[in-house]
Design a protein around this ligand. Structure first.
Ligand code: OXT
Ligand code: ADP
Ligand code: MG
Length: 578
């Protein structure tokens, strides 16, 4: 005879973690199994979650981070203890830096042994190491606290300025059991995880007054604006004000790059010339030359260029980080932009359009640059250079506006950014705030998994090497990813020589004529060696059409690149290769 106690249903740590994630609408885990989380991956899959297993945790972490950016739900990266955790940490730090919501969930070793430093299996004080690199870091010791641990992690990742969160789950926790009913009750479905933050009316009025009196206004759209998913209102704000706008790299496509108000092709003209600049989800960091110096028309590299700044951002601490912000508007971008629109509508016909002089000057500079670019793109040199290869990629992306473009490298990044137009929001995913190499395959996998759309990854040959083994992952899950390796035999280019004449090649040079296409063939994918624009076009078009995992080794003139692409000046010696 069974007693009541014996027949009582129980649950355990594994199931509680899975149930808590599912309860919060999280249906995908990016990770890499091993002690102590192998069974967590198995049981998550058995419970109907999508578990995408990677070959290296950094790539799983990058996948989680970009999934977070694309969906506004925290992406989950699951790793084993110490080394697996550390492998995931770069992605966690990168997520925090870029304001991407993700949760790095790592198994860890026994607290009693770790804290006494008695040499446990994969011993490491992971929580202490993660804390400075994450927006928040938590550890759960008891099964009944799993619900709270996951709820707090979700809130921390997506509320306010999004970021990376670390959640430490010691091995012992998973095997802990508790009454199933009590377990269920302990879970929390997070209500309103990213509450709207309404801007103060006086802040909105101050910003509008400044914008209204501007003679040469400019709007800068950053990846915060892309993240916010307030696309229609942002477009309405830009169009109603008639102000030229500059998209930061990952904000390209928020309005189509072909929009007549886009000043992307007149960047170096509009930054120093503008008198009032409204930043929407963009920081005045290095990518915007800290809002001062010669880029902004300042006399020397530190001098203020005379612009007044309006900054729309969810973080109240962002204002004044580099130069004075004259009109900070703090709130979520959706609410701020809609409040601004409300103010503008209230003024009706009294809202002034920018002067014809300003718009004309921007248009003139823009059409000059576009004409110059068209000339360069029309050339067809042998071997291919970045321009002739990107002329092809530009057409293909134009014909496939829903495809997602992943992009990393130096020249391969910078040329792609200015040549390939994006037509829809959040379709361009790249190296972001840190200019970090290695995001490529993780981003590509997540983009395909999250969106189901074809993904095209334009990769420098060096950049690709950081995550290249994940082509096996792409083949294993049969993802519609086409990787195009711009192979110029090295970091920046392939022409450096060892000045000593010794047997080692120069540090920036790779094996010449490498066949990256062979790599994907090892896993059953399609490999193509392309030496002409026609071959490149055929291969990528076929990949997009067939949705088969494909890697195109696009041979690029090894002399074509410049040191560090467009950011040569950041090298301490500022040495120019060409
Ligand atoms: O106005 P002007 O005249 O100036 O012209 C501008 C626009 O107006 C114009 N434009 C257009 N013209 C015509 N038509 C259109 N549509 C148009 N659009 C624009 O074009 C120009 C340029 O416009 P842009 O791009 O908007 O402006 P600009 O001035 O470039 O903007 C400034 C920046 C700073 C915003 C921009 O440059 C930017 O976003 N830069 C990002 C740079 C970056 O992040 N680079 C990556 C890091 S480099 C380096 O660190 C690398 N490493 C080291 C390393 C890293 N990073 N990570 C790790 C983990 N380990 C090591 C390595 C190893 S790169 C690298 C590998 C490199 O080798 P690869 O083989 O991978 O790559 P290749 O170089 O290809 O060989
Ligand atoms: P970019 O590199 O494109 O200029 P950054 O990463 O520097 O973009 O800046 C993004 C900014 O957007 C950050 O300061 C962040 O606080 C802000 N942000 C992110 N999401 C939101 C949101 N939903 N509402 C308001 N601001 C946001
Ligand atoms: Mg290269």
């Amino acid at each position: 005879m069974t007693t009541d106690a014996q027949s009582q249903a129980v649950t355990d740590g594994f199931d509680l973690v899975i149930d808590a994630l599912k309860l919060n609408g999280i249906d995908t885990i990016f990770g890499l199994p091993g002690i102590p989380i192998t069974d967590l991956t198995r049981r998550a899959q058995a419970a109907g979650m999508r578990v995408i297993s990677f070959r290296h945790e950094q790539n799983a972490g990058n996948a989680a981070a970009i999934a977070g950016f694309m969906t506004q739900k925290p992406g989950i990266c699951l790793t084993v203890s110490a080394p697996g955790f550390l492998n995931g940490l770069t992605a966690l730090a990168n997520a925090t830096t870029n304001c991407f919501p993700m949760i790095l969930v790592s198994g860890s070793s026994e607290r009693e042994i770790v804290d006494l430093q008695q040499g446990d299996y994969e011993e490491m004080d992971q929580l202490a190491i993660a804390r400075p690199l994450a927006k928040a870091a938590f550890r759960v010791l008891h099964a009944e606290d799993i619900g709270v641990g996951i709820a707090r992690s979700i809130r921390a990742a997506v509320s306010g300025r999004p970021g990376g969160v670390y959640l430490d789950l010691p091995a012992k926790l998973f095997a802990q059991t508790m009454d199933a009913e009590a377990g269920k009750r302990s879970l929390i479905k997070v209500v309103d995880p990213a509450p709207r933050q309404i801007p103060a009316q006086d802040a909105v009025q101050r910003a509008l007054a400044m914008l209204k009196t501007a003679k040469r206004p400019l709007i800068v759209l950053g990846k915060g604006a892309a993240y916010a998913q307030a696309d229609a209102d942002i477009r309405a704000l830009v169009e109603k004000t008639g102000i030229p706008y500059l998209p930061m790299s990952m904000a390209k496509g928020l309005l189509p790059d072909t929009h007549e108000q886009s000043a992307a092709a007149a960047r170096s003209y509009v930054l120093p010339e503008a008198d009032v600049v409204m930043l929407i989800g963009a920081r005045l960091n290095w990518l915007l030359s800290h809002g001062k110096g010669k880029t902004w028309g300042g006399k020397d590299h530190k001098a203020w260029g005379g612009q007044k700044f309006i900054q729309i951002d969810i973080s109240p601490q962002e204002a004044d980080s580099n130069v004075r912000i004259d009109a900070p508007v703090v709130g979520d971008i959706g609410s701020c932009v809609s409040a601004m629109l409300g103010g503008i509508s209230a003024m009706g016909a009294n809202w002034p359009q920018p002067s014809a002089d300003w718009l004309g000057a921007v248009a003139e500079r823009k059409s000059k640059n576009i004409a110059k670019m068209a000339e360069t793109l029309a050339r067809n040199p042998t071997p291919m250079n970045f321009h002739s290869a990107l002329n092809v990629m530009r057409d293909i992306i134009k014909a496939n506006p829903d495809a997602i473009l992943v992009n990393e490298g130096a020249n391969a990044l910078d040329f792609t950014r200015s040549i390939v137009d994006m037509q829809k929001p959040r379709k361009r995913l790249d190296v972001g705030t840190w200019g970090v190499m290695g995001i490529g395959m993780g981003f590509a996998v997540a983009a395909a998994v999250v969106s189901g759309q074809p993904v095209i990854a334009i990769e420098g040959d060096s950049a690709f090497g950081f995550s290249g083994m994940e082509v096996e992952t792409i083949c294993r899950y049969n993802l519609p990813v086409c990787v195009v390796v711009f192979n110029n035999n090295g970091v920046y280019c392939g022409t450096d020589v060892n000045p000593t004449g010794g047997p080692d090649v120069a540090p920036t040079v790779f094996v010449k004529g490498a066949r990256y296409d062979k790599l994907i063939e090892a896993f059953g994918g399609v490999g193509v060696h392309a030496t002409t624009p026609a071959e490149l076009r055929k291969a990528v078009e076929e990949a997009v059409r067939s949705r088969k995992p494909t890697l195109v080794n696009a041979v690029i003139d090894e002399t074509a690149g410049t040191e560090s692409g467009r950011i040569t000046s950041l090298n301490p010696t500022s040495a120019k290769k060409k």
